[in-house]
Design a protein around this ligand. Sequence first.
Ligand SMILES: NC(=O)c1ccc[n+]([C@@H]2O[C@H](COP(=O)([O-])OP(=O)(O)OC[C@H]3O[C@@H](n4cnc5c(N)ncnc54)[C@H](O)[C@@H]3O)[C@@H](O)[C@H]2O)c1
Length: 400
Amino acid sequence: MSFAMGLVGCGVMGRRHVIGMKQLKAAGKLNFDLVAVCDIMPANLEKMVDHAEELLGERPQAFTDFDTMISTLKLDGIIVTTSPEMHVDVAEKAFAAGIHVMVEKPITLTVAEGVRLVEAGKKANLKLAVAENYRRDPINRLGKALVDSGAIGTPFLATQESSGGGEFVIITPWRHRKDRGGIVIDMGVHYTDILEFYLGPIDTVVGMNSIVDKERTDAQGNKHPVDAEDLSVGVMRFESGALANWLLNVAGRGEGLFSRVIYGTGGSLSIPGDRSGKPLRLVQRREGKDTPVEDLLALVPDFHLDEVTAALFKGDRLATYDLPWAEIDANLLGIEQADFVDAVLNDREPEVTGEQGLRSLALVFGVLESELLNRMVTLQEILLGEEQPYQDEILRGMQA
Ligand SMILES: NC(=O)c1ccc[n+]([C@@H]2O[C@H](COP(=O)([O-])OP(=O)(O)OC[C@H]3O[C@@H](n4cnc5c(N)ncnc54)[C@H](O)[C@@H]3O)[C@@H](O)[C@H]2O)c1
């Protein structure tokens, strides 16, 4: 039986998802058919239909209105690649029509919307997956296996620090507007997901944030106003007691920075930038001396990538790989798509559930809320939403 998929939102990410489908198809792992695409902007829609036909060999049906799409066709699932403020509306309508949903990160614009969406999925007994791609990188899979094997002893500290971007628009101007999902949320959810992927649940966060650039310049030289933070500095604590050092500087000039290092009682693991294919660096503390370890795979003899990842990256025990960025990116999107459909077909949870996507969002909002609350905040209280001055501002802006 074939699985009928729709894709809603034909911008930058929608087009990248179709390249992911092409990669799955080439590897013999495409477990669905893209039968329909939808976008409210006719120009983006037309471009997408051509793009899909060229890459997949079939022309999907095109709709400028989601309601019409789901009343015309019997879809099994959709991938939502609209900008974040539209995620909840589209996904709730899909659930009401009996359609499974994979939504791009961040799950929704606000935590309250995410809570609503997770509940809607459960009530309808339909799958809700969040398209979180970074953890699917084969290098992160190996890194996780090494941490779990005890290669660095008991982890007590993780750093997640990055700097770059300067005074320019990052991909789209909406990413610099609070009421559309600002850049700290947009990028931050990847990093809270990866921190929890490596070291388990985070329970408490605290931070300070600022807006360095009040306007940003796009590729054509046009200026765009900014009201969303572009610098976020914080600390997080895992349930295990380990700490994380958090730095997201999207206004970075000068030297670029990416540092993700996990420190344990038995050494350190340095993790390269996601989608780089670069190797991990492990240093073990042996008899009081720090000793670099070369053959990482030898430490995890049972480590294997899952079948889809192994097919796309051509190997099931990889410590490094060398591919163009666009191909790496497409492979990771293909992996999450195949996981979503397989979860539906086999009635299991997708790897990144709605609840997990919601945690990632709530943790980044926690860093923003904590500054306005002038104290540390727990994940639980952000999920409950009793005190949320930062998100209240977003809601006031949307109502104005
Ligand atoms: N995982 C990643 O690496 C990654 C990278 C980029 C973007 N994203 C996520 O993907 C999503 C889309 O980002 P983007 O950069 O493609 O944005 P974009 O602005 O380029 O595209 C969004 C598209 O959605 C359309 N749209 C808006 N409302 C709609 C509606 N109600 N029905 C149908 N179409 C609608 C817009 O017309 C536009 O074409 C965001 O959630 C973003 O955070 C993820």
